[in-house]
Design a protein around this ligand. Sequence first.
Ligand code: PMP
Length: 406
Amino acid sequence: MLDIQSIRAHFPILNQEVNGKPLVYFDNAATTQKPLKVIEGVDNYYRTINSNVHRGVHHLSGLATDAMEGARAKIQRHINAAKLQEVIFTKGTTDGINLLTSSLAKGLIKEGDEIIISHLEHHSNIVPWQMLCEQSGALLKVIPINGKGELSLDAYRSLLSAKTKWVAVNHISNALGTINPVKEMIALAHEVGAKVLIDGAQAAPHLQIDVQDLAADIYVLSGHKLFGPTGIGILYGKEDLLNELPPYQGGGEMIAEVTFEKTTYAALPHKFEAGTPNIAGAIGLGLAVDYVNEIGLANISAYEQELLEYATQELKANFSNLRIFGEAEHKTSVVSFLIGDIHPYDLGVILDKLGVAVRTGHHCTQPIMQYFNIPGTLRASFAFYNTKSEIDQMIAALQKGVAMLS
Ligand code: PMP
């Protein structure tokens, strides 16, 4: 059992009113709130040890380097990467996917090759692959979904062939909450010799990730969705693969030696970390991982499942003309819905006036909206600091909104 009131005290932002009502923050799939441990850790970095990393002989530079590399080691343990050099700091999930596709664009993908993504992807796991296909002449194929928002594994099997070079799928869908069977999907891809990128943006805050158990070739995530700072993320990659990939960006930090004739690159992980990194962000992400581990991801997901079940049940009980999008058997704490023919934006604005923050729109997943033939949804997404009484506040706000707009 989690002590939610003590947990909420760690998140100062939650203790405020919006439009004269207690804030109910249900936009956790877009970004999560930050515990004091992270806020104070970032503040402390700038107050006491701010300095550039890796190159300095002086005291502060050594402390900043140790703090940043210490964060890398925490993240390595957290995702169970075999080696420290397999953990690359990025700006976030989008940056990690672009790192891979830009690197592959340097001659590693050719005309006739095939890449498989799914109908459930966020735009950031669609557009970079489309760009790679445009540049290389490779073919992009899409795994279809069913009405519950689940991927069809049979269709996936039939798309895989010796031509498949990469498969890129999310671990959890941000729009529908579907948890995809990524371990099985990775194994199937490996049978035909393809490699797999997993977009873990939505999984990292809810599930214990074990990249070795999954056998993921690349696993990317965003710090800000894991209770850490914005502008920092992780790309995990198997060492042999990362050694084969050419660097994404050139600059300082990523070199071994530079002459005008030729540059040699630094060893991993620095080969992929050109320029001064987001040092404070990396330290903050390490602290966020500590925080999540203190609570325990198993406790977090069990409690969030309770919130999901309660919200689903209350929505269904209160609104006869409710449509829920995404009713996968394995699902995380996201409810995407519409009530009658009320536009999601109109209801979202009224909810905000009543203190309830949800997301409205296509959630950067326009193909999913096209599949359901809707303009967008209202999406309530829960974290472990949310409560059933906040769900009650959302239901009451929805009732007012529906009465006004019907
Ligand atoms: N993939 C998924 C599944 C996401 O939910 C998001 C963020 N909504 C992204 C990718 C992109 O993450 P970021 O904006 O942090 O790069």
